[in-house]
Ligand binder design. Sequence first.
Ligand SMILES: C[S@@+](CC[C@H](N)C(=O)[O-])C[C@H]1O[C@@H](n2cnc3c(N)ncnc32)[C@H](O)[C@@H]1O
Length: 265
Amino acid sequence: MVKAPGKTGGAAGGAAGGGAGGGGGASGRGQRELRVRVKTAKGRKLSSTLWLERQLNDPYVLRARKEGYRGRAAYKILELDDKFRFLVPGARVVDLGCAPGGWCQIAVNRVNALGDRSGKKVGTVLGVDLQEVEPIAGAEIHQLDFLAEDADARVKGWLGGRADVVMSDMAAASSGHKGTDHLRIIALCEAAAQFAFDVLEEGGTFVAKVLAGGAEQELQTLLKQNFRKVANVKPPASRADSSEKFVVAQGFRGRGAASAEDAGA
Ligand SMILES: C[S@@+](CC[C@H](N)C(=O)[O-])C[C@H]1O[C@@H](n2cnc3c(N)ncnc32)[C@H](O)[C@@H]1O
């Protein structure tokens, strides 16, 4: 377990707060017109060269570096929260698949996990990932395979009570096969949703990354049974050429909602 004391100097503090996504930050688009070209180098594959060129020219990558976030993914949750307002001061948040930590950085700031906004409630952020994560001040982070048999029980133990928000950006490494990637991400999303049904406070929010495709219908049905509102969103920070999108399910109906509905059907 890693719980970092004190404050971070950089990102999560100022930038994420009211500013980014709201006031201060630009949208990330159209900030920079000059394109950086990367020459092919001996020993580097064309795909790596193209990836590098895309990174160097991606306004969200540049903005993340400037504002001190650990990756461009931070802007996805920031934009989703700007629209749906679930990361409120005092909220207890679970972040599944949190490495390298951009979503945690945003959550720490927005839920006031460091308590540095006086007069506002103080929230908590609990992150887990397969990979090790550099400590983030205000977040408690554990290395864990969320698909392991005892994962739910372990996360519940660390949480020690209910959560207001369960969010998952979990994605397995790409297999290069679209159908396989889709099924894997849906499996991760379903595991996250089942966990959310167990720990969410009534009225709580579930946010998860999905890849558009056939197997998601069942998941959408399940979410509609358990939440009052379910939206499917592609935030501007999500690359247009990726089939990734996010489900934002709000207004958790409480445990037993789905079974009560089944019984009434
Ligand atoms: C797109 S990244 C998350 C980025 C993160 N939201 C951020 O802002 O930094 C997806 C993460 O899901 C994690 N992941 C994939 N499968 C997982 C599993 N079974 N258990 C835990 N984490 C998993 C990966 O290790 C990876 O770090």
